[in-house]
Ligand binder design. Structure first.
Ligand SMILES: Cc1ncc(COP(=O)(O)O)c(C=O)c1O
Length: 398
């Protein structure tokens, strides 16, 4: 019998270019510490701590009872694709989408991976913001494309500097990735920002991949999508999903909306990888989009209260400052007066203070000297975390 040894040299070269989402690694370590009896305050993982709303759970359970437990079409069941197409156009106030534009995926993350796999040739350039959700640069690098970072600045409240963006555009620029509201900073692009990027897209011919997964998590202005700018609906690939708005992270349900010719190829990737999303999960998705919205609104109001408490508390800690996030549920405090080695500080806080956070540089070099805190945590936990920071930050060995 032949045995296969899983030696490192069996791995293909491209995997050395993969990034990773550190939140899952920190969560695993935090769980280990909890198993040893330590109390940990979780501020690392970006998932709403609320239960999935009852009517959504009921729809999923009913679909299981109705034996919707078999394979489904790779692009998603027709009813959900239709519902998403209708919702996405209505929510953004744009022209109707065809349901052939929608490809359903197990979470938004595989939609990003499969879309980039369908679009990027080796050598193509993808412009993205640094810091950023790691999935874009990871997939682009794996595919042999070039991720080109445009640095975000705290002084601009984490909006893109559009001159810097324009300076990075070349004839190889295939895609510009936007993510507003933004993970990890909570920054939000203005309508003027979006118009300038729309003009650049039309002048230079690149497409925009707009990751709008936090489109329901805003605390001031209404949501603005680049797809609303004149001429941009057909140039914008929208990524969205159910994880954040409906507290459905574990259900794994997301989607991409893009022109039907491209959607067919993204569907081919779905066919080659996960085959389809569980039909009962898709039924729950229909209930989420067609059911009452008050849970989404109530969750968001709770996030707003937590955000206000967290930011006030952080700014009262010596050597820490934090801008006011306008969307998503993340704070990105500046700890550079304490250290630039934010990952070491995050490790210290987890191991010594029992506070799980992420170093800002997990999201790119421009995150160095910052921490990312997810305020999908109760006010009691936020207060406890703040008191632990007050106690332990002065003890960080410099
Ligand atoms: C910006 C961004 N896009 C996509 C995702 C993926 O979400 P999902 O859980 O639906 O895969 C996340 C999750 O943290 C995110 O922050």
């Amino acid at each position: 019998m032949t045995t296969v040894a899983w030696h490192a040299d069996a791995l293909c070269a491209a995997v050395s270019r993969l990034g990773s989402e550190s939140a899952f690694e920190v969560l695993a370590r935090a769980r280990q510490l909890e198993a040893l009896g330590r109390h940990i305050v979780h501020m690392e993982i970006g998932e709403p701590d609320f239960d999935t709303p009852a009517h959504i759970k009921a729809a999923g359970i009913a679909a299981i009872e109705n034996n919707q437990t078999h394979y489904a079409p790779s692009a998603g069941i027709a009813d959900l694709r239709e519902t998403i197409a209708e919702y996405a156009a209505r929510f953004r106030g744009i022209a109707p989408y065809s349901r052939d534009s929608v490809v359903v995926s197990p979470g938004a993350k595989p939609a990003i991976w499969n879309t980039l796999s369908a679009l990027l040739d080796p050598g193509d350039e993808l412009i993205y913001a640094d810091p950023a959700y790691p999935a874009y640069a990871s997939a682009a690098s794996y595919l042999g494309a070039k991720p080109i970072a445009v640095q975000l600045h705290e002084a601009k409240n984490w909006r893109l500097d559009l001159d810097e963006l324009a300076a990075k555009i070349t004839p190889r620029t295939k895609l510009v990735v936007l993510n507003s509201p933004h993970n990890p900073t909570g920054g939000v692009l203005t309508t003027d920002d979006l118009q300038t990027i729309a003009d650049l897209s039309q002048r230079h011919g690149f497409l925009v991949l707009s990751d709008e997964i936090y489109s329901r998590n805003l605390y001031g202005q209404a949501f603005a999508s680049i797809s609303q700018r004149p001429g941009m609906q057909e140039r914008t690939i929208v990524i969205d999903g159910f994880s954040k708005a409906y507290a459905m992270t574990g259900w794994r349900l997301g989607y991409v909306i893009l022109p039907p010719t491209l959607a067919r190829t993204v569907t081919l990737f779905a066919n080659n990888t996960y085959s389809c999303v569980s039909p009962f999960v898709q039924e729950a998705g229909i209930a989420a989009l067609t059911g009452p919205d008050h849970d989404v609104i109530a969750m968001n109001e709770t996030f707003r209260t937590r955000r206000n408490a967290l930011i006030a508390g952080l700014n009262a800690i010596p050597n820490v400052s934090c801008t006011m996030p306008e969307g998503a549920f993340y704070a990105f405090p500046n700890v550079s007066k304490i250290t630039h080695d934010d990952k070491d500080l995050a490790r210290f806080l987890l191991e010594e203070a029992g506070v799980a956070t992420l170093g800002g540089s997990c999201f790119g070099a421009a995150g160095s000297g910052y921490l990312r805190l997810s305020y999908a945590a109760s006010i009691a936990d936020i207060e406890l975390m703040l008191s632990r920071l007050r106690e332990y930050l002065p003890k960080f060995p410099r």
